[in-house]
Design a binder for this molecule. Sequence first.
Ligand code: FEO
Length: 400
Amino acid sequence: MHNTRKISESIIWVGASDRRLALFENMFPLERGVAYNSYLILDEKTALIDTVDNSISRQFIDNILFALAGRQLDYLVVNHMEPDHCANIEELLLRFPNMQIVGNAKTFKLIDNFYDFNAAGNYLEVKEGDSLSLGKHSLSFYYAPMVHWPEVMVTYESCEKILFSADAFGSFGALSGNIFNDEVDFERDWLADARRYYANIVGKYGVQVQAALKKLSALEIKTICPLHGLVWRSELDCLLGKYDLWSRYEPEDRAVCIIYGSMYGNTENAANVLACRLAEGGLKNIAMYDIASTDISMLIAEIFRCSHIVLAAPTYNAGIYPPMLNLLHDMKALNVQNRTVALIENGSWAPGSAKQMRALLEEMKDMRVLESALTLSSSLKEEGLAALHSLGDELLESLK
Ligand code: FEO
């Protein structure tokens, strides 16, 4: 049975959600599933904006056939060629052999890379700023390279002032009938997943996101239709503001996130003692995570949110405790910058993880690592308390 919603009288959401997938991109845990959005525009000509993942193909085809009500599909716009959005191109070609596939030169190269079908005769290449009239509705195409793939473009419909934004402004999380931002409590139920999606999928490309935001600021946009998550038809400034902060690597919150690794509980104990010192100094909403039991994508999202980070790790094989080393490599890969960091190391005979963590942090841009790292020799003792308190006080001072 079809399962669609109207974006407007002429534009229909024909996407669906997957609550069975455990790992997005076979990496990122999906606690709330994920939605794959696709949009059908009905005018003198019909146009579909992107397709969906294989996992929901049947629902997607049911939705399109219902929404087309016997009409042909004239255009398929491919804003993004990652397989979670283009898995149904061949199926559509079989059903609508005259359909034109709208994309740019890089789009068509990727289609040919991924698939064996020969659709070259259906290609309609567009360049930056080109327009395509559907009747009353008109589509314009703007390149958004490396947000987060090279072929990515966004499509603007000028009659209803809708931006089809590809992965930009997307989120993890399945849709539950409510597909619009004004039908849910975004801050409570969606923001964490939107941030985790941005930080891990798009986070590396802040410069390119800033360029896209600048380009889009020239357009009057009333609705944003991304490929994942909610459709935004109100309070666009809220979403655009978050994207602006994230892509400039500015923290959202003046807050501390403590991330510790601990083999026998001793580094964890020091992290807890530090957290209480911070709390007694008046700090609220301290976030704290055991790196061994928290998915790295959650930690990256928290690092994007918080202004101050504490990293506490044992020394292991004369290096950094491996999960912490992995986190530091991921931070660098995602271009994390502009944070204040305090370090705690532990080592029973040759503590060395703080020095190595500091060196990796110094490879990132604008990272302020507090001078006084705390060194534990196996466990925190009475004589180490003063140093821990002074680290806490330095952190509190830097939060002012
Ligand atoms: Fe949702 Fe970049 O694919």
